[in-house]
Design a protein around this ligand. Structure first.
Ligand code: ZN
Length: 122
């Protein structure tokens, strides 16, 4: 009489159980010992529809889970951020518009023309 190899499946005449093959290692086991493989997809676990033994069962990879970020903070009115670009150039600007040296020279010339009646254009 030939006996089929039954791998790691248990055989019982009083409590018969179905045999099954693991979908990953093809090991012969009892169907009740196999588990569904789950994997993260989005914000929930999804059944991969493969039955695996306890040795082949993977822990769901958390990097596949999507993170739920909290809402952005409410913006403030009249913000006054630092002027980092002016600081990097070496100057510190206290007003939104600062006169350049060229602008100051032009302004002084215009004042000088207004004060001197001889140089006034006709
Ligand atoms: Zn297996």
């Amino acid at each position: 009489m030939a006996w089929r190899p039954h791998g790691k499946a248990r055989v019982s005449a009083r409590n018969p159980q179905a045999w099954a093959v693991c979908d990953r290692c093809y090991d012969l086991r009892n169907l009740v010992d196999l588990q569904w493989q789950f994997e993260w997809a989005g914000n929930k676990l999804v059944n991969q529809r493969i039955l695996v033994c306890d040795r082949c069962l993977d822990i769901p990879q958390q990097q596949l889970m999507s993170r739920v970020l909290s809402a952005d903070p409410i913006p403030v009115k009249n913000p006054r951020p630092c002027n980092w670009s002016a600081n990097e150039e070496g100057g510190y600007v206290t007003t939104p518009y600062a006169l350049t040296e060229l602008d100051a020279n032009e302004m002084n010339e215009a004042i000088a023309i207004e004060d001197d009646p001889i140089q006034q254009p006709s």
